[in-house]
Design a protein around this ligand. Structure first.
Ligand code: IPD
Ligand code: CA
Ligand code: CA
Length: 286
């Protein structure tokens, strides 16, 4: 078979190999900078921070990817103005590229700044709007989650599978505390408050992408959060789907690159979780 027939191979370097290499290199570098005096810059609020390390990680990833695939489009968080509007516009205008890399150079920057070991590098490749490769690397635990469309999801060679809980009452659900304090944070807090009595328990460890990887690994039953960005979701959504789970928006529409209000689960609890979130959304707006 020649290279033209292999959609995932260009110049003999596979997309997945480049994604893995980039995530691993960036993660190793980011980890060496942990605990160093970081210059913090505020984005939309005092809980939305960026450091020089986020920017350096993105530069490193962008350089590695463009060395192998100079024709591919690239969307990284640090190349976009802060705020939901700019993020939505960025993915809307980039999503039709033939090949688009979608990168969060550190997901969980607040944790990183505080030395709380729960943050990751998230790299996805979309082909004509569909994610075909997803890689999430957690430098603290040295876990690398990888999925290729149609080929399953793995962590260090071990196949990932979602959990088997069948009811909300048995479910461990994760969410987040979004930095947008006027819209997303109160909405999310309301949903958490109404969901908490319905489920076994709730976690909010501060990295949306890593929470998605944990759903794929069966460590969490589900995850939801309102107002996330494409770079928080693209890699994790494929990893969950390839592990047998379900990812939709809050209306139940299958995951797409412009989704911001995400609901992810092992599939078994998806409908009851959606219904519960829908009813709390309606209550919130009453
Ligand atoms: C944040 C994390 C956090 C989530 C926020 C995201 P960042 O990403 O994923 O868990 O609650 O909504 O913005 O800023 O650390 O890349
Ligand atoms: Ca993020
Ligand atoms: Ca980030």
């Amino acid at each position: 078979m020649n290279e033209k027939q292999l959609p995932s191979v260009v110049g003999s370097k596979s997309f997945t190999a480049v994604a893995i290499n980039s995530a691993a290199k960036a993660g190793e570098w980011v980890k060496t900078k942990l605990g160093t005096a970081l210059k913090l810059n505020q984005k939309v609020s005092a809980s939305d921070l960026v450091t020089e390390i986020d920017k350096g990680s993105e530069r490193l990833i962008r350089n590695l990817i463009s060395t192998h695939f100079p024709q591919h489009a690239f969307l990284g968080e640090e190349g976009v103005e802060p705020g939901a509007e700019a993020s939505s516009k960025a993915i809307a205008s980039a999503k039709d590229a033939e090949y688009l890399w979608i990168v969060d150079p550190i997901d969980g920057t607040t944790n990183y700044i505080h030395g709380f070991p729960y943050y990751c590098i998230s790299i996805a490749l979309a082909h004509k709007g569909e994610v075909i490769v997803g890689v999430i690397y957690d430098p603290s635990s040295d876990e690398l989650f990888v999925a290729e469309k149609g080929k399953g999801a793995y962590v260090h060679g071990k196949r990932l599978a979602v959990s088997q809980e069948q009811t909300l009452q048995e479910s461990l659900i994760a969410s987040g505390f979004p930095p947008d304090q006027s819209y997303a944070l109160p909405l999310n807090l309301h949903a958490i408050a109404e969901l908490a009595p319905q489920v076994r328990n709730i976690r909010a460890a501060g990295s949306a992408a890593l929470h998605l990887a944990y759903v794929a690994a069966g460590r969490l039953t589900g995850f939801f959060e309102y107002n996330l960005n494409s770079w928080d979701l693209a890699a994790g959504s494929l990893i969950i789907q390839e592990a047998g789970g379900t990812v939709t928006d809050r209306h139940g529409q299958p995951y797409h690159l412009e989704a911001r209000d995400v609901v992810a689960s092992n599939g078994h609890i998806h409908q009851p979780l959606l219904q519960q979130l829908q009813s709390s959304f309606e209550n919130y707006n009453k």
